[in-house]
Write a protein that binds this ligand. Structure first.
Ligand code: HEM
Ligand code: PLO
Length: 483
């Protein structure tokens, strides 16, 4: 059998099909679509070179599940890039930090703190409902005008995350909130761009004006975060934990009291700051984006909106507000949210993963250090798994009686999976359900009469953004009559 003699037959794995010229990618701003269509020529798993980096692109759920779940640990790394290093102070956050014992500890702390404050907490439900009520008031005041809902949705979502992280919130027109809207847009427009398009060393392709904009926006964000952090540190006494920031301070303190951390294993102020920055940034940008996509799809598919409202009228009525415990009563609304997350995944290429050892995907060898891009767009639009994938059809997530929601295909991973799975899934789903239920109980959302239906085409970036559009929020007759 050759063992030990050095003559044993090495199992050699086939080489990946390689995309020939990367110039094929240049000039394609919708990278997820381009990487999806390259499957036609190269198959669902292929490799390419971006500058000096070897990149593997995964387009099928089988391989995606292998990378994220079966071999999750081998693929738990993240690439270091110029922009994400600026955003996270050299990977001191969760999302853009590579795998390490410290990262694991940090992620566990945040998970614990989120379950303490968020998930399942009555306080959080109350906060979301308060914000939903205030959103409805704003919509009422704008009666029948063609309104850009984006800033209103953003403020509602921001206030939820702000309460959760800092125990504070913003009023309409607050200058600090306006500043936040602006810097956040600047970051979303620039960050992580080069990790996917550095076909040539990034300096040559990454526009310097983008880097300047990112730095300017980060300065504003960092000042804001620092101010909240200082306030919390000064007020912190270790007994009362008011929010996530306090919770992180407390766990750090008690961990240090038990045993002083080994060198290199300590959570510095920068780590806590960047972690809260992640939760805040992810908390705002993702949920707001999904709400905008949902509103846009309801304009395109008024029959879906009607069905949600009929279900609500039957199960909840108009005499009371929707609660979180109503979720099982409203499967059609839940299915609509699931369908939005399928058809327009917030994070169409996830965050790039990196292999930490020599490993494999399917029958192909993958060297240590390879970047792996999971193309969630391809996974969610696979014709073998989804009937007419571009059709918006919440019904596909319901059982035959229309009473229960289920996932009709394993080709569905809106929050990723495995050790890098999203930390905010529960929180996001609570918010999406409550905000939509509150708004649709009272209003019918319509396209302003003199305008064409807004485009369903997304704008690729660190999140798949919606193009600006206007909506008419009409108070429902039934609601008017009931109140
Ligand atoms: C990571 C989706 C909301 C915090 C991710 C990833 C996806 C995702 C696809 C990347 C997984 C990977 O790279 O393998 C979503 C969607 C959301 C949402 C669809 C809304 C509907 C949130 C919220 C928070 C959050 C509200 C904050 C509380 C995070 C963090 C990570 C992450 C911290 C990084 C995890 C890591 O790298 O270990 N999310 N997310 N997300 N998400 Fe979310
Ligand atoms: C959004 C802009 C903020 O100013 C900073 C920020 C932090 C965390 C990022 C988030 C941004 C975009 C969405 C990300 C999130 C971490 C996980 C999440 C990338 C850049 C997703 C969808 O993967």
């Amino acid at each position: 059998t050759g063992t030990g003699t050095g003559t044993g037959r090495l199992r050699s794995l086939p080489a990946l099909p390689l995309v020939g010229s990367l110039l094929q990618l240049a000039g394609h701003p919708q990278l997820h679509l381009r990487l999806c269509s390259l499957q036609g020529r190269y198959g669902s798993l292929y490799g390419l070179w971006m500058g000096s980096h070897f990149v593997v692109v995964v387009n099928s759920y089988q391989h995606a599940r292998e990378v994220l779940l079966k071999k999750g640990k081998a693929f738990a790394g993240r690439p270091r890039t110029v922009t994400t290093d600026l955003l996270s102070r050299g990977g001191k956050d969760i999302a853009f930090a590579s795998y390490s014992p410290l990262w694991k500890f940090q992620r566990k702390l945040v998970h614990a703190a989120l379950s303490m404050f968020g998930e399942g907490s009555v306080a959080l439900e109350k906060i979301i409902c308060q914000e939903a009520a205030s959103l409805c008031e704003t919509l009422s005041a704008a009666q029948d005008a063609a309104l850009d809902m984006a800033p209103e949705l953003t403020r509602a979502v921001t206030n939820v995350v702000c309460s959760l992280c800092f125990n504070s919130s913003y009023r309409r027109g607050d200058p600090e909130f306006e500043a936040m809207l602006e810097y956040s847009q600047g970051i979303v427009d620039t960050v992580a761009k080069e990790s996917l398009v550095d076909i040539f060393p990034w300096l040559q392709i990454f526009p310097n004006k983008d880097l300047a904009l990112l730095k300017k926006c980060l300065k504003v964000r960092d000042e804001l975060l620092q101010q909240k952090f200082t306030e919390h540190k000064e007020a912190f006494c270790g007994d009362t934990v008011r929010d996530l920031m306090d919770a992180l301070l407390q766990v750090r303190l008690s961990a240090e009291n038990n045993s002083p951390p080994a060198p290199g294993l300590e959570l510095t102020d920068d780590h806590l700051l960047m972690t809260v920055g992640d939760i805040f940034g992810a908390g705002v940008e993702t949920t707001t984006t999904v709400l905008k996509w949902t509103v846009l799809y309801l304009l395109h598919y008024p029959e879906v909106q009607r069905k949600i409202q009929e279900e609500m009228d039957q199960k909840i009525g108009l005499a009371r507000h929707p609660h979180l415990s109503d979720r099982p009563l409203l499967p059609y609304l839940e299915a609509t949210i699931s369908e939005v997350l399928r058809i327009r995944p917030v994070s169409p290429l996830l965050i790039p993963h990196v292999s930490l050892t020599d490993t494999s995907i399917g029958e192909y060898a993958i060297p240590k250090g390879a970047r792996v891009i999971i193309n969630l767009w391809s996974v969610h639009h696979d014709e073998k798994e989804w009937d007419k994938p571009e059709e918006f059809n919440p019904g596909r997530f319901l059982d035959e009686q229309g009473q229960h929601i289920h996932s009709p295909s394993p080709s569905y991973l809106p929050f990723g999976a495995g050790i890098r799975v999203c930390l905010g899934e529960v929180l996001a789903k609570m918010e999406l359900f409550l905000f939509l239920a509150w708004v649709l109980q009272r209003f019918t959302l319509e396209c302003p009469p003199d305008q064409p239906l807004p485009s369903l085409e997304g704008k690729f970036g660190v999140v798949l953004q919606v193009q600006k559009f206007r909506v008419k929020a009409r108070l429902r007759e039934a609601w008017r009559a009931a109140s």
